[in-house]
Write a protein that binds this ligand. Structure first.
Ligand code: NAX
Length: 333
Protein backbone atom coordinates (compact mmCIF):
# COMPACT_ATOMS: atom_id res chain seq x y z
CA UNK A 1 0.00 0.00 0.00
CA UNK A 2 1.16 3.56 -0.61
CA UNK A 3 2.22 5.60 2.39
CA UNK A 4 -0.53 7.46 4.14
CA UNK A 5 -1.17 11.00 2.89
CA UNK A 6 -1.41 13.55 5.65
CA UNK A 7 -4.08 16.12 4.87
CA UNK A 8 -5.09 19.17 6.89
CA UNK A 9 -8.42 20.95 6.60
CA UNK A 10 -8.82 24.16 8.61
CA UNK A 11 -12.20 25.65 9.45
CA UNK A 12 -13.06 21.99 9.92
CA UNK A 13 -16.17 22.65 12.00
CA UNK A 14 -17.58 25.03 9.37
CA UNK A 15 -20.09 24.49 6.60
CA UNK A 16 -17.72 24.05 3.64
CA UNK A 17 -15.72 21.46 5.58
CA UNK A 18 -18.92 19.60 6.36
CA UNK A 19 -19.50 19.15 2.62
CA UNK A 20 -15.82 18.57 1.85
CA UNK A 21 -14.52 16.03 4.35
CA UNK A 22 -16.56 13.08 3.12
CA UNK A 23 -15.31 13.43 -0.45
CA UNK A 24 -11.69 13.67 0.68
CA UNK A 25 -12.07 10.75 3.08
CA UNK A 26 -13.62 8.47 0.49
CA UNK A 27 -10.82 8.99 -2.02
CA UNK A 28 -12.21 11.48 -4.54
CA UNK A 29 -9.20 13.77 -4.26
CA UNK A 30 -5.99 11.90 -3.49
CA UNK A 31 -6.86 8.61 -5.16
CA UNK A 32 -9.07 5.60 -4.61
CA UNK A 33 -6.25 3.55 -3.08
CA UNK A 34 -4.53 6.26 -1.06
CA UNK A 35 -4.89 5.88 2.72
CA UNK A 36 -5.38 9.20 4.47
CA UNK A 37 -4.76 10.78 7.84
CA UNK A 38 -7.07 13.75 8.33
CA UNK A 39 -5.98 16.61 10.56
CA UNK A 40 -8.84 18.92 11.44
CA UNK A 41 -8.11 22.40 12.78
CA UNK A 42 -10.62 24.83 14.19
CA UNK A 43 -10.61 27.39 16.98
CA UNK A 44 -11.06 26.27 20.61
CA UNK A 45 -14.75 27.28 20.98
CA UNK A 46 -15.60 25.06 18.00
CA UNK A 47 -13.95 21.90 19.33
CA UNK A 48 -17.23 20.41 20.66
CA UNK A 49 -18.79 20.88 17.20
CA UNK A 50 -15.69 19.42 15.58
CA UNK A 51 -16.06 16.36 17.81
CA UNK A 52 -19.45 15.76 16.17
CA UNK A 53 -17.89 15.96 12.71
CA UNK A 54 -15.27 13.41 13.81
CA UNK A 55 -18.01 11.07 15.03
CA UNK A 56 -19.75 11.30 11.67
CA UNK A 57 -16.55 10.61 9.76
CA UNK A 58 -15.99 7.54 11.96
CA UNK A 59 -19.56 6.47 11.29
CA UNK A 60 -18.99 6.60 7.53
CA UNK A 61 -16.80 3.50 8.02
CA UNK A 62 -14.54 4.37 5.11
CA UNK A 63 -11.70 2.11 4.02
CA UNK A 64 -9.09 4.81 3.31
CA UNK A 65 -9.52 6.97 6.38
CA UNK A 66 -6.88 5.67 8.80
CA UNK A 67 -6.82 8.38 11.45
CA UNK A 68 -8.68 11.57 12.36
CA UNK A 69 -7.04 14.21 14.52
CA UNK A 70 -9.21 17.13 15.66
CA UNK A 71 -7.24 19.98 17.23
CA UNK A 72 -7.02 23.70 17.92
CA UNK A 73 -3.21 23.62 17.99
CA UNK A 74 -1.14 24.60 14.96
CA UNK A 75 1.85 22.50 16.02
CA UNK A 76 -0.38 19.42 15.86
CA UNK A 77 -2.34 20.43 12.76
CA UNK A 78 0.59 21.33 10.48
CA UNK A 79 2.93 18.45 11.31
CA UNK A 80 4.38 16.54 8.31
CA UNK A 81 1.62 17.66 5.96
CA UNK A 82 1.38 16.55 2.34
CA UNK A 83 -1.61 18.81 1.66
CA UNK A 84 -3.14 21.75 3.50
CA UNK A 85 -6.60 23.05 2.64
CA UNK A 86 -6.99 26.33 4.48
CA UNK A 87 -10.72 27.01 4.64
CA UNK A 88 -11.06 28.76 7.99
CA UNK A 89 -10.74 32.51 8.09
CA UNK A 90 -12.18 35.50 9.91
CA UNK A 91 -15.65 36.23 8.56
CA UNK A 92 -16.87 39.80 8.17
CA UNK A 93 -18.92 40.75 11.21
CA UNK A 94 -21.52 43.47 11.25
CA UNK A 95 -19.98 46.93 11.23
CA UNK A 96 -16.49 45.57 10.54
CA UNK A 97 -14.36 47.68 8.20
CA UNK A 98 -12.70 46.00 5.22
CA UNK A 99 -9.34 46.99 6.63
CA UNK A 100 -10.00 45.42 10.03
CA UNK A 101 -11.14 42.23 8.32
CA UNK A 102 -7.94 42.15 6.28
CA UNK A 103 -5.88 42.75 9.39
CA UNK A 104 -7.52 39.84 11.24
CA UNK A 105 -6.90 37.55 8.28
CA UNK A 106 -3.30 38.60 7.86
CA UNK A 107 -2.78 37.55 11.48
CA UNK A 108 -4.34 34.12 10.82
CA UNK A 109 -2.49 33.42 7.57
CA UNK A 110 0.83 34.72 8.85
CA UNK A 111 0.52 32.36 11.79
CA UNK A 112 -0.51 29.40 9.59
CA UNK A 113 2.22 30.19 7.04
CA UNK A 114 4.76 30.19 9.86
CA UNK A 115 3.38 26.85 11.07
CA UNK A 116 3.74 25.41 7.54
CA UNK A 117 7.33 26.62 7.51
CA UNK A 118 8.05 25.01 10.89
CA UNK A 119 6.15 21.74 10.75
CA UNK A 120 5.00 20.72 7.24
CA UNK A 121 6.88 18.79 4.57
CA UNK A 122 8.66 21.13 2.13
CA UNK A 123 6.70 19.42 -0.65
CA UNK A 124 3.35 20.34 0.91
CA UNK A 125 0.68 21.67 -1.48
CA UNK A 126 -1.31 24.47 0.08
CA UNK A 127 -4.75 25.54 -1.12
CA UNK A 128 -6.24 28.69 0.40
CA UNK A 129 -10.03 29.01 0.34
CA UNK A 130 -10.78 31.42 3.20
CA UNK A 131 -11.41 34.95 1.98
CA UNK A 132 -9.86 37.19 0.84
CA UNK A 133 -8.39 34.02 -0.67
CA UNK A 134 -5.74 35.50 -2.99
CA UNK A 135 -4.23 37.82 -0.42
CA UNK A 136 -4.47 35.28 2.41
CA UNK A 137 -2.59 32.87 0.16
CA UNK A 138 0.11 35.45 -0.56
CA UNK A 139 0.57 36.13 3.15
CA UNK A 140 0.82 32.41 3.93
CA UNK A 141 3.40 31.95 1.15
CA UNK A 142 5.46 34.92 2.36
CA UNK A 143 5.41 33.50 5.88
CA UNK A 144 6.82 30.14 4.72
CA UNK A 145 9.96 31.18 2.82
CA UNK A 146 11.49 27.69 2.63
CA UNK A 147 8.45 26.21 0.86
CA UNK A 148 8.43 27.00 -2.87
CA UNK A 149 5.90 29.73 -3.76
CA UNK A 150 4.65 27.43 -6.54
CA UNK A 151 3.28 25.10 -3.84
CA UNK A 152 0.68 27.71 -2.87
CA UNK A 153 -2.56 28.32 -4.71
CA UNK A 154 -5.97 29.82 -4.00
CA UNK A 155 -9.40 28.67 -5.04
CA UNK A 156 -11.00 30.24 -8.13
CA UNK A 157 -12.23 26.87 -9.37
CA UNK A 158 -15.71 27.58 -8.05
CA UNK A 159 -15.86 30.68 -10.26
CA UNK A 160 -14.47 28.58 -13.11
CA UNK A 161 -17.16 25.93 -12.61
CA UNK A 162 -19.85 28.60 -12.39
CA UNK A 163 -18.72 30.06 -15.72
CA UNK A 164 -18.64 26.63 -17.31
CA UNK A 165 -22.16 25.83 -16.18
CA UNK A 166 -23.60 29.17 -17.27
CA UNK A 167 -22.34 28.58 -20.83
CA UNK A 168 -23.45 24.94 -20.76
CA UNK A 169 -27.00 25.79 -19.69
CA UNK A 170 -27.20 28.45 -22.39
CA UNK A 171 -26.14 25.89 -25.05
CA UNK A 172 -28.19 23.01 -23.66
CA UNK A 173 -25.18 20.73 -23.17
CA UNK A 174 -23.68 19.11 -20.03
CA UNK A 175 -21.10 21.26 -18.23
CA UNK A 176 -18.39 18.78 -19.20
CA UNK A 177 -18.93 19.72 -22.86
CA UNK A 178 -17.65 23.22 -22.08
CA UNK A 179 -13.92 23.61 -21.54
CA UNK A 180 -11.19 26.21 -21.24
CA UNK A 181 -13.13 29.03 -19.65
CA UNK A 182 -10.74 31.28 -17.72
CA UNK A 183 -11.07 33.18 -14.48
CA UNK A 184 -8.49 35.96 -14.34
CA UNK A 185 -7.42 37.74 -11.18
CA UNK A 186 -9.02 38.04 -7.79
CA UNK A 187 -11.67 35.78 -6.27
CA UNK A 188 -13.88 38.83 -5.80
CA UNK A 189 -16.41 40.72 -7.87
CA UNK A 190 -13.56 42.20 -9.98
CA UNK A 191 -12.65 38.72 -11.29
CA UNK A 192 -12.84 38.43 -15.07
CA UNK A 193 -14.59 35.31 -16.42
CA UNK A 194 -13.25 35.06 -19.99
CA UNK A 195 -14.71 32.84 -22.72
CA UNK A 196 -12.59 33.97 -25.66
CA UNK A 197 -10.69 30.66 -25.62
CA UNK A 198 -13.55 28.50 -24.47
CA UNK A 199 -14.76 25.59 -26.61
CA UNK A 200 -18.23 24.06 -26.56
CA UNK A 201 -18.76 20.54 -27.81
CA UNK A 202 -22.10 20.50 -29.62
CA UNK A 203 -23.29 17.47 -31.57
CA UNK A 204 -19.81 16.02 -31.53
CA UNK A 205 -17.77 18.99 -32.75
CA UNK A 206 -15.98 21.81 -30.96
CA UNK A 207 -17.29 25.32 -31.51
CA UNK A 208 -15.80 28.56 -30.25
CA UNK A 209 -17.96 29.73 -27.34
CA UNK A 210 -19.10 32.89 -29.15
CA UNK A 211 -20.29 30.76 -32.12
CA UNK A 212 -22.01 28.26 -29.87
CA UNK A 213 -23.82 30.83 -27.73
CA UNK A 214 -24.59 33.26 -30.58
CA UNK A 215 -25.26 36.12 -28.19
CA UNK A 216 -22.23 38.38 -27.84
CA UNK A 217 -24.13 40.93 -25.76
CA UNK A 218 -24.90 38.29 -23.14
CA UNK A 219 -21.37 36.90 -23.10
CA UNK A 220 -19.90 40.38 -22.65
CA UNK A 221 -22.53 41.53 -20.17
CA UNK A 222 -24.87 39.44 -18.03
CA UNK A 223 -22.75 36.30 -18.27
CA UNK A 224 -19.82 38.10 -16.66
CA UNK A 225 -21.84 39.80 -13.95
CA UNK A 226 -23.76 36.58 -13.17
CA UNK A 227 -20.51 34.72 -12.50
CA UNK A 228 -19.03 37.65 -10.57
CA UNK A 229 -22.12 37.99 -8.37
CA UNK A 230 -22.99 34.32 -8.03
CA UNK A 231 -21.72 34.02 -4.47
CA UNK A 232 -23.94 36.88 -3.35
CA UNK A 233 -26.93 35.40 -5.21
CA UNK A 234 -26.50 32.09 -3.38
CA UNK A 235 -26.29 33.86 0.00
CA UNK A 236 -29.43 35.83 -0.80
CA UNK A 237 -31.35 32.67 -1.69
CA UNK A 238 -29.97 30.24 0.86
CA UNK A 239 -29.22 32.70 3.67
CA UNK A 240 -25.90 30.86 3.83
CA UNK A 241 -22.89 31.01 1.54
CA UNK A 242 -22.03 28.41 -1.10
CA UNK A 243 -20.79 25.27 0.60
CA UNK A 244 -21.69 22.25 -1.56
CA UNK A 245 -20.36 23.88 -4.73
CA UNK A 246 -17.33 25.28 -2.91
CA UNK A 247 -16.50 21.81 -1.58
CA UNK A 248 -16.84 20.31 -5.07
CA UNK A 249 -14.53 22.99 -6.48
CA UNK A 250 -11.94 22.35 -3.76
CA UNK A 251 -11.99 18.65 -4.69
CA UNK A 252 -11.59 19.48 -8.39
CA UNK A 253 -8.68 21.81 -7.64
CA UNK A 254 -6.75 19.43 -5.37
CA UNK A 255 -7.45 16.36 -7.51
CA UNK A 256 -6.02 18.20 -10.52
CA UNK A 257 -2.91 19.14 -8.54
CA UNK A 258 -2.49 15.49 -7.52
CA UNK A 259 -3.38 13.82 -10.81
CA UNK A 260 -2.93 16.50 -13.48
CA UNK A 261 -5.31 18.21 -15.89
CA UNK A 262 -6.71 16.38 -18.92
CA UNK A 263 -4.77 16.70 -22.17
CA UNK A 264 -5.70 19.85 -24.09
CA UNK A 265 -7.65 21.36 -21.19
CA UNK A 266 -6.87 24.11 -18.79
CA UNK A 267 -8.40 25.12 -15.50
CA UNK A 268 -8.24 28.29 -13.41
CA UNK A 269 -6.41 28.74 -10.15
CA UNK A 270 -4.85 31.56 -8.20
CA UNK A 271 -1.07 31.14 -8.37
CA UNK A 272 2.03 33.18 -7.69
CA UNK A 273 2.65 35.69 -10.44
CA UNK A 274 6.31 36.07 -11.26
CA UNK A 275 5.63 38.95 -13.66
CA UNK A 276 6.24 36.79 -16.75
CA UNK A 277 2.68 36.01 -17.78
CA UNK A 278 0.22 38.25 -19.59
CA UNK A 279 1.73 41.44 -18.20
CA UNK A 280 0.37 40.67 -14.73
CA UNK A 281 2.55 42.35 -12.08
CA UNK A 282 4.73 40.10 -9.95
CA UNK A 283 4.27 39.23 -6.29
CA UNK A 284 0.51 38.67 -6.49
CA UNK A 285 -1.59 35.54 -6.22
CA UNK A 286 -3.55 35.97 -9.45
CA UNK A 287 -5.90 33.51 -11.13
CA UNK A 288 -4.56 32.26 -14.47
CA UNK A 289 -5.38 29.47 -16.92
CA UNK A 290 -3.04 26.62 -15.95
CA UNK A 291 -2.23 23.09 -16.92
CA UNK A 292 -0.87 20.65 -14.35
CA UNK A 293 1.47 17.70 -14.79
CA UNK A 294 3.55 15.84 -12.19
CA UNK A 295 2.05 18.04 -9.45
CA UNK A 296 3.48 21.14 -11.18
CA UNK A 297 1.38 23.88 -12.72
CA UNK A 298 2.27 25.96 -15.71
CA UNK A 299 0.43 29.04 -16.91
CA UNK A 300 -0.98 28.41 -20.39
CA UNK A 301 0.77 31.06 -22.43
CA UNK A 302 0.35 32.55 -25.85
CA UNK A 303 -3.42 33.14 -25.65
CA UNK A 304 -4.49 36.24 -27.57
CA UNK A 305 -5.83 39.00 -25.33
CA UNK A 306 -8.04 41.72 -26.82
CA UNK A 307 -8.61 45.22 -25.41
CA UNK A 308 -11.86 44.19 -23.72
CA UNK A 309 -10.07 41.44 -21.81
CA UNK A 310 -6.96 43.53 -21.13
CA UNK A 311 -8.82 46.25 -19.26
CA UNK A 312 -10.65 43.72 -17.10
CA UNK A 313 -7.46 41.79 -16.33
CA UNK A 314 -5.76 45.05 -15.32
CA UNK A 315 -8.65 46.17 -13.11
CA UNK A 316 -8.61 42.97 -11.07
CA UNK A 317 -4.79 43.16 -10.80
CA UNK A 318 -5.10 46.73 -9.50
CA UNK A 319 -7.47 45.55 -6.77
CA UNK A 320 -5.04 42.78 -5.78
CA UNK A 321 -2.12 45.22 -5.60
CA UNK A 322 -4.08 47.48 -3.30
CA UNK A 323 -5.13 44.53 -1.12
CA UNK A 324 -1.54 43.26 -0.93
CA UNK A 325 -0.09 46.66 -0.12
CA UNK A 326 -2.53 47.09 2.75
CA UNK A 327 -2.02 43.51 3.94
CA UNK A 328 1.78 43.71 4.11
CA UNK A 329 1.56 46.76 6.39
CA UNK A 330 -0.05 44.39 8.93
CA UNK A 331 2.68 41.74 8.58
CA UNK A 332 4.98 43.35 11.10
CA UNK A 333 2.18 44.02 13.57
P1 NAX B 1 -17.99 28.91 8.23
O1 NAX B 1 -18.09 30.16 9.02
O2 NAX B 1 -19.13 27.95 8.20
O3 NAX B 1 -16.72 28.08 8.74
C1 NAX B 1 -15.49 28.65 8.96
C2 NAX B 1 -14.82 27.90 10.09
O4 NAX B 1 -13.47 28.39 10.20
C3 NAX B 1 -15.49 28.08 11.44
O5 NAX B 1 -15.72 26.83 12.04
C4 NAX B 1 -14.46 28.90 12.22
O6 NAX B 1 -14.48 28.63 13.60
C5 NAX B 1 -13.17 28.45 11.57
N1 NAX B 1 -12.02 29.31 11.81
C6 NAX B 1 -11.99 30.66 11.97
N2 NAX B 1 -10.75 31.08 12.23
C7 NAX B 1 -9.96 29.98 12.22
C8 NAX B 1 -8.58 29.77 12.42
N3 NAX B 1 -7.75 30.78 12.70
N4 NAX B 1 -8.12 28.52 12.32
C9 NAX B 1 -8.93 27.48 12.07
N5 NAX B 1 -10.26 27.62 11.87
C10 NAX B 1 -10.76 28.85 11.94
O7 NAX B 1 -17.54 29.36 6.77
P2 NAX B 1 -17.58 28.54 5.41
O8 NAX B 1 -18.89 28.74 4.75
O9 NAX B 1 -17.12 27.17 5.66
O10 NAX B 1 -16.51 29.37 4.56
C11 NAX B 1 -15.16 29.38 4.88
C12 NAX B 1 -14.39 30.41 4.06
O11 NAX B 1 -14.44 30.11 2.67
C13 NAX B 1 -14.92 31.83 4.18
O12 NAX B 1 -13.81 32.71 4.34
C14 NAX B 1 -15.58 32.08 2.84
O13 NAX B 1 -15.60 33.45 2.51
C15 NAX B 1 -14.65 31.30 1.94
N6 NAX B 1 -15.15 30.95 0.60
C16 NAX B 1 -14.27 31.01 -0.42
C17 NAX B 1 -14.60 30.60 -1.71
C18 NAX B 1 -13.60 30.64 -2.82
O14 NAX B 1 -14.01 30.36 -3.94
N7 NAX B 1 -12.34 31.00 -2.61
C19 NAX B 1 -15.96 30.15 -2.02
C20 NAX B 1 -16.73 29.70 -0.83
C21 NAX B 1 -16.52 30.51 0.41
O15 NAX B 1 -17.34 31.65 0.37
Amino acid sequence: LPLKSIVLVTGAAGQIAYSLLFSIAKGDVFGKDQPIILLLLDIAPMLPVLEGVVMELQDCALPLLREIVPTDKEEVAFKDLDAAILVGSMPRKEGMERKDLLKANVAIFKSQGTALEKYAKKTVKVLVVGNPANTNCLIAAKSAPSIPKENFSCLTRLDHNRARSQVAMRCGVPATHVRNVIIWGNHSSTQYPDVHHCLVNMSGSDLACFDAVKDDAWLKGDFISTVQQRGAAVIKARKLSSAMSAAKAICDHMRDIWSGTPEGEFISMGVYSSGNSYGVPDDLIYSFPVQIKDKTWKVVDGLAINDFSRSKMDATAAELIEERDTAVTFLGV
